[in-house]
Design a protein around this ligand. Structure first.
Ligand code: BTN
Length: 334
């Protein structure tokens, strides 16, 4: 028998799963599988063992053959690609068990020439980053941590709007699970009933007036239990499971989100946020409220009135209306 390396095993395990999952719970006999994958029985056993390490539920019977029972709750490339409905986003997909930060991996891949729409996911991040140098709590197997590489033909000052388009895609996705409860806290926190469920960290690389890449990193709290957050965030964070009171299939949610993100990004390239403004107003947790925005050392206070087509928050101040491109918001009056 020829011994297979990891890449070959991965590819064959992927083929095997795609093939047998077409008829769940039905046995595919050994001869049929050997012929389909062009393997001898010993090689087929090695492939099955490899597939089992991805936590697929597969039933193996000496006389009957092999049956697909159920997919795992893991973010693997095989699972995400299966039934992914995007045209280009996430078609170049890398799924890791544990990384420091998916945004770092995306930046490295960008340096090596990775294509627009490359997606990196991880089951766990050991140094997940939030905005303003904060840490993003990224425990294994419960959340979704992903980065998307974009190479838009836009000016660098159009990059923050991509982050807002991403927030719209995420809000649309979560709304399917929690109708009427999803809010965007400008620029890009997702809140449910006042608690943060997801955050977006956008990192730009540009030379002069040309964008080299925009990496959009998204962290979503999905299946953490109510007590599953560290003390520092336990009163301000929430998870989808906590809100909908059931475990949620992360792969399905991610597939829906990637589809929505592809749509919002394409729309942004053509119309900026013009066609999403009604939605942004509806989702906004800030409009009509008195807020202070900190951008570096500058503080601006006023009433949040609108969000424009570039994603700026329009603040009504004592000096008139001011568009704000980025910053950290504090609500003055509840
Ligand atoms: C925030 O709300 O402060 C932004 C959080 C962004 C977290 C995500 S998780 C995937 C990606 N990798 C990181 O290190 N950060 C982002």
């Amino acid at each position: 028998m020829t011994v297979m390396n990891r890449t070959e095993l991965e590819k064959l395990a992927d083929h095997l799963i795609v093939y047998i999952r077409k008829k769940p719970e039905e046995y595919f006999d050994w001869k049929r599988l050997e012929a389909k994958l062009n393997l001898d029985r010993e090689q087929l056993d090695a492939v099955l063992e490899f597939a089992a390490s991805w936590d697929y539920k597969i039933r193996v019977r000496k006389k009957l053959g092999v049956a697909f029972i159920a997919p795992p709750d893991s973010l693997t490339a095989t699972e995400i690609s299966h039934k992914l409905a995007t045209r280009w986003l996430g078609r170049n997909l890398f799924c890791y068990q544990a990384v420091k930060s998916t945004n770092d991996i995306a930046a490295e891949m960008s340096e090596q020439g990775a294509v627009e729409g490359t997606v990196i996911t991880a089951e766990q991040q050991t140094r997940g980053r939030g905005r303003l140098g904060r840490h993003w709590h990224s425990p294994t197997g419960t959340g979704i941590y992903l980065s998307v590489l974009f190479r838009p033909n836009l000016r660098p000052d159009n990059a923050p709007g991509i982050s807002i388009a991403t927030a719209v895609a995420l809000a649309d996705t979560l709304e399917e699970y929690l109708p009427n409860d999803v809010r965007i806290k400008w620029p890009n926190d997702i809140l449910i009933r006042g608690r943060k469920m997801a955050g977006i960290l956008t990192e730009l690389s540009a030379e002069g007036s040309r964008i080299n890449h925009v990496i959009v990193g998204i962290g979503i709290n999905i299946n953490q239990r109510a007590g599953g957050f560290p003390d520092e965030i336990k009163t301000i964070a929430t998870s989808l499971r906590r809100e909908v009171k059931r475990k949620v299939n992360r792969v399905e949610l991610l597939q829906k989100f990637l589809k929505n993100l592809e749509k919002q990004y394409e729309r942004y390239l053509i119309h900026r946020l013009e066609k999403s403004r009604a939605k942004l107003r509806r989702y906004s947790s800030l409009l009509g409220r008195e807020i202070t925005i900190r951008a570096g050392k500058s503080l601006t206070t006023g009433i949040a009135r609108d969000i424009d087509a570039d994603g700026c928050l329009i603040l009504e101040t004592a000096e008139g209306e001011v568009p704000i491109i980025a910053g950290e918001v504090t609500i003055v009056k509840k």
